[in-house]
Design a protein around this ligand. Structure first.
Ligand code: ADP
Ligand code: GN1
Ligand code: MG
Length: 360
């Protein structure tokens, strides 16, 4: 890996390269150099998933350049408040090895903390404000400039179709172990077009969306405790506000980790939901439409059902997409999403009232 680093425009002798973070998709390493406090994130991009890696890099550079201008205008630090890709010595922003592995190098955001679950409601509200502001800042960014990296990423109707295909193919002969789980997702089939049909009819706008807004895709400032930088920009594409809002709630409003095995520990925490709504609406300000606001709860329920369905699909297909540490890891994850979605459905009215309470 030291050899790989030599291709990037960085000076000095490598001190350490250690695996870093808890992402499910890319291979991430923290890199330090001798005699300097400059640190980097080296990442091997998962090109099985991101086949159009050049498009991924272009999207990231386009969006971060746009955000850096806004950060500078506001007197912020453009190397801390958004991501910075380091070029290679030939001026590209990724390096391809001879065996076709794609690496990129980012500035490591130092004095920052990444959480796997919210420690306080204030902290979670701060992440909501940051994701809301991210959407507000990108409100005027031309969505047509973005490459559609993973088409239909949050098209839940298409995700359901993939799930049904996995059931029909049953390549790993695992279907017989999950009848209850399959029925859970099948019985909600009519719900899955709720967001896609509003986007198609224009009832809600198509926006620049991050599409992977879980809490471990945002860094907090170690000194102030506030949200600092939104990371993991691989999936920036055209989408709905409901995707970004919903995915944060899916991950962050749980009382347990996404892969908690003891299901009695997993609950949807409505107090965390309230804090996220408050923060998000503060961040996005008047850029949210009434129709989006009325549907925030549907975003949360949809993203949770969709993610559960994706974990179960991957389980049925033999764990080819998400990184797994043991044989039924994806099934464990699917269970947590089912519990959370079910509890959200039960508390739908309270969720609607919370959105109305914080309407400006
Ligand atoms: P994945 O797509 O696999 O989730 P991420 O880009 O989210 O990969 O990176 C995985 C983890 O690495 C993050 O959750 C975070 O902890 C850490 N990380 C990524 N980029 C940076 C950075 N520039 N500075 C500090 N930490 C980072
Ligand atoms: C993946 O890359 P990471 O770990 O931040 C996935 C998301 C899922 C999430 C579930 C590109 O996110 O869509 O919601 O796992 N990313 C991709 O934890 O598929
Ligand atoms: Mg990530």
């Amino acid at each position: 890996m030291e050899e790989i680093l030599k291709n990037f425009d960085v000076e000095g002798e490598v001190e350490s390269i250690v695996p870093f973070g808890e992402g499910h998709i890319n291979a991430t390493y923290k890199v330090t150099f001798k005699g300097t406090d400059k640190e980097y994130i080296l990442q091997q991009l998962n090109t099985d998933i991101f086949k159009n890696y050049e498009g991924v890099i272009d999207n990231i550079n386009n969006v971060t350049a746009y955000l850096k201008d806004i950060i500078v205008e506001n007197g912020g630090d453009p190397n801390r408040e958004t991501m910075t890709l380091i070029p290679t010595k030939t001026g590209k922003y990724y390096y391809m090895t001879e065996d076709n592995k794609c690496y990129r190098l980012y500035i490591f955001i130092s004095d920052s903390i990444c959480y796997q679950s919210a420690e306080t409601t204030e902290q979670f509200a701060s992440s909501g404000e940051a994701f809301g502001k991210f959407m507000r800042d990108l409100d005027k960014f031309d969505v047509n400039k973005l490459v559609d990296i993973l088409p239909n990423f949050h098209n839940t109707v298409v995700r359901y179709q993939n799930f049904v295909n996995a059931i029909n193919n049953d390549v790993k002969d695992r279907l017989k172990t999950v009848p209850v789980e399959v029925e859970f997702f099948k019985s909600r089939e009519n719900f899955y077009s709720t967001i896609t049909s509003m986007l198609e009819s224009g009832e809600i706008p198509t926006r620049v969306t991050h599409n992977d807004t879980k809490l471990n895709n945002i860094l907090f400032d170690a000194k102030t405790g506030n949200a600092l930088c939104i990371i993991d920009l691989d999936t920036i594409m055209a989408g709905s506000l409901l995707y970004d809002f919903g995915d944060s709630v899916r991950f962050g409003c749980s009382t347990a980790r996404e892969d908690e095995k003891d299901t009695s520990k997993i609950h949807f925490d409505i107090n965390l939901y309230e804090s996220y709504v408050e923060g998000f609406l503060k961040g996005i300000g008047n850029k949210i439409t009434d129709k989006e606001l009325e549907n925030l709860h549907n975003g949360a329920i949809m993203m949770t059902l969709e993610c559960g369905m994706r974990f179960l699909t991957d389980y049925l297909e033999g764990d080819t997409y998400f990184k797994t540490a043991y044989s039924d890891h994806n099934l464990v994850r699917a269970h947590s999403q089912m519990i959370l979605a079910y509890e959200m459905e039960q508390q739908k009215d309270a969720m609607i009232n919370i959105a109305r309470k914080y309407r400006k």
